[in-house]
Design a protein around this ligand. Structure first.
Ligand SMILES: [Zn+2]
Ligand SMILES: [Zn+2]
Length: 678
């Protein structure tokens, strides 16, 4: 028996001298049996060298990540029963650690495979990794699994969990393992072993009960720890993605440490599906994307267009109020312009390919900046003209791979509420601060009270993607940094995320479901003024180069609209609602009163729709309610005689009869105040 002693460094700085072969579970038990009971796995980091950060994980689980050898110096997760053989740092990973969730999900994949083989022993196994939202396992079986099979499999999984079999690691020589897999016709396992191990290796297996799987681990200590698991769907996939290969059946599922988290996960998915802007966009007839025209190109229908008009009117008025000047510019320009701006070199992969005309080659604009620069450059400027703030709701076109588009959120053509501010170096901080105030006003007005800020900086070693000198980058980053600090805004610095021409501040809003959305951005630029040789005459009578701020606050009008739809689930605040007031005459003899009401409400600036179809009153009320109309006014003899309306407010119900004038005054005040109340 070995008498070797090893040093185990614990996170609190304590060092335990233990005999080699001691397991993390034994150490956990020696600290406290209660700790041992909630541990999932252990994280080991070599003592030599600095403790590295956890490596980033790919969102797509690659085969290699499942089986290939890891970087020896990186932290690695091991089973609690792994014998420790040399000095190491040890962190006991509990259910709270995000990595632990992946371990339980992968262990759930073993439970799934166990259940499938017990029910359908002829099945051949592929692999079963954890994913960002759960896990899957690939199976090869001639007969397709039916929905009834999936119910049986889930029930069998519950049995496997109830047995609480330990996950036991075993190993055998590679050649022996290969021979066994080949004998049993396990072609997928043969592939994985051949690909990810080399001759002479020992191959690791995990056993739970009678079930064995080739796997590197780690797993939870026993099947009983897979407490909350559910099969979610079944999909077909070809082995190795090649349609000449056998077809596999991929069963997806998800797992959590407890039933409460599992239920919350499905409740959230349901809520997300209900709020999907593509679904609501169709239900409320707001917009469409048309196959004949191409993906990522948005058609705004009348009801969506009216919301857009309100958004744009608000934005243009606010720009004018804040000292901007409005401009309009073309959608295309000669390639020469994009060469001068640098887009041709730094950004061409994101641009539509050139169009050959008789005089030159042209490209659709991916950004508005060079156009605003040409306006600036068209006449001499003095310091008295600065800052010059040009704003435009400009349509831009960016190339996205077909198949990657997503509703209004990822598109090929969109409208930026774009502005470019040309100013002296001394004005830069004041301008950036004003842009941030403006961005906050946009988010608050449209109903978002929480946001997060990031400062994106460059990567000085990546000269291929960033233009400009070190000094200029330092200066630019420092000035953005200073503005955020002086405004007391907490922020995170993200290196390597800047635009090619300068650093930027990104403002991410938080929606009603707690999701983060990147919309507003304020960017500093010293490059384009130099590339276009911009000038102004200073107080000293000399020529100087201005600096530029690029900023977009909605970001993309399309994307912002998509986020608004999901945030409000289509129930827009009164000031944004496509139809603000629905009119429901009780019978045909009230149509004249309906006309009178419509005229008065319209005169008050409200958007009104009359339902004078020959339908039942309740059906009309239901239709307006399904359209999420904020106010539905119902009227008959009594209301007509009193010049009043009976008011139903969305989500509030029947408010009773109100004199028409009072209703109009109330609605107008809510619209003017951009209120979210009714
Ligand atoms: Zn495994
Ligand atoms: Zn720009």
């Amino acid at each position: 028996m070995s008498t070797k002693t090893i040093a185990v460094h614990l996170p609190d700085g304590a060092i335990r001298e233990v005999p080699a072969g001691t397991t993390p579970l034994e150490i956990a038990n020696s600290i406290s049996p209660r700790l041992a009971a909630v541990c999932v796995v252990a994280r080991l980091t070599p003592v030599t060298g600095t403790a590295a950060e956890q490596p980033a994980h790919d969102s797509e689980p690659a085969e290699a990540a499942m089986y290939a050898a890891e970087d020896a110096s990186a932290p690695r997760l091991v089973d609690l029963t792994t014998p420790l053989t040399e000095d190491t740092r040890l962190q006991l990973v509990t259910e709270k650690d995000p990595e632990a969730l992946k371990v339980v999900r992968h262990s759930a994949a073993h439970v799934l495979a166990t259940a499938v083989l017990e029910l359908f022993p002829e099945t051949k196994l592929g692999h079963g990794p954890a994913t960002d939202s759960g896990f899957f396992y690939d199976f090869q079986r001639d007969k397709p699994f039916t929905p009834e099979d999936l119910v049986l499999i889930e029930a069998k999984m519950a049995e496997v969990v109830a047995r609480d079999d330990k996950f036991v690691r075993e190993s055998e020589p590679r050649e022996q393992a290969l021979a066994e897999f080949e004998r049993d016709g396990d072609f997928m396992k043969t592939h994985f072993v051949t690909k990810f191990t080399v001759p002479g290796d020992e191959v690791s297996f995990y056993r739970n009960g009678k079930f064995m799987d080739f796997c590197r681990g780690p797993h939870v200590p026993s099947t009983g720890r897979v407490k909350a698991v559910k099969i979610t769907n079944l999909a077909g996939a070809y082995w190795l993605g090649d349609e000449k290969n056998p077809q596999l059946q991929r069963i997806y599922g998800t797992a959590f440490f407890n039933k409460k988290d599992l239920d919350a996960h499905f409740a959230r998915l349901e809520e997300l599906a209900k709020r999907d802007h593509r679904l609501i966009g169709k239900q409320l007839d707001l917009f469409s994307i048309q196959e004949l025209a191409g993906p990522g190109l948005v058609f705004w229908h009348p009801k969506g267009a009216i919301v857009r008009k309100v958004m744009e009117d608000w934005m243009r008025d606010e720009c004018l109020r804040r000292g901007y000047q409005l401009v309009y510019t073309p959608h295309v320009a000669r390639v020469n312009l994009w060469q001068t701006s640098g887009h041709e070199g730094f950004y061409s992969a994101n641009m539509f390919t050139p169009m050959e005309l008789d005089d030159a080659s042209y490209r659709m604009k991916p950004m508005n900046c060079p156009f605003h620069i040409l306006i600036y450059k068209n006449s001499p400027k003095s310091y008295r003209d600065l800052p010059a703030r040009y704003a435009e709701l400009g349509n831009v076109y960016r190339y996205e791979r077909s198949g990657t588009m997503h509703g209004l959120l990822r598109v090929r053509g969109f409208t930026q509420d774009d502005a470019h501010i040309f100013c002296t170096p001394g004005q830069i901080e004041g301008e950036v601060a004003a842009c941030i105030d403006f961005a906050e006003a946009v988010l608050k007005t449209f109903g978002f009270n929480e946001f997060k800020v990031e400062l994106s900086t460059w990567d000085p070693n990546d000269r291929a993607h960033y233009a400009g000198s070190n000094e200029n980058w330092d200066l630019a980053i420092n000035s953005l940094d200073k503005v955020l600090k002086s405004k007391g805004i907490p922020y995170k610095t993200i290196p390597g995320e800047a635009a090619f021409y300068g650093p930027k501040i990104d403002i991410k809003l938080v929606d009603v479901l707690g999701r983060l959305w990147q919309l507003s951005t304020v960017q500093f630029d010293f490059n384009l003024p130099a590339r276009f040789e911009l000038e102004y005459v200073g107080e000293d009578g000399e020529r100087h180069q201005p600096v530029m701020v690029h900023r977009a606050l909605f970001g993309s009008v399309e994307r912002f609209f998509g986020v608004l739809i999901e945030h409000y689930a289509g129930a827009f605040p009164l000031w944004l609602a496509p139809v603000q007031v629905g009119l429901v005459p009780i019978s045909e003899r009230h149509h004249a009163y309906a006309k009178k009401l419509e005229a008065e409400l319209k005169a008050a600036g409200l958007r009104v729709e009359v339902d004078d179809r020959n339908e039942k009153m309740n059906g009309k009320i239901r239709d307006f309610a399904n359209q999420k109309t904020p106010y539905i006014l119902v009227f008959g003899d009594k209301e007509e005689a009193a010049n009043s309306v009976s008011v139903r407010a969305r989500a509030k119900g029947d408010l009773g009869s109100i004199p028409l004038a009072d209703f109009i005054a109330k609605a107008k005040a809510l619209v003017e105040g951009q209120s979210t109340e009714l």
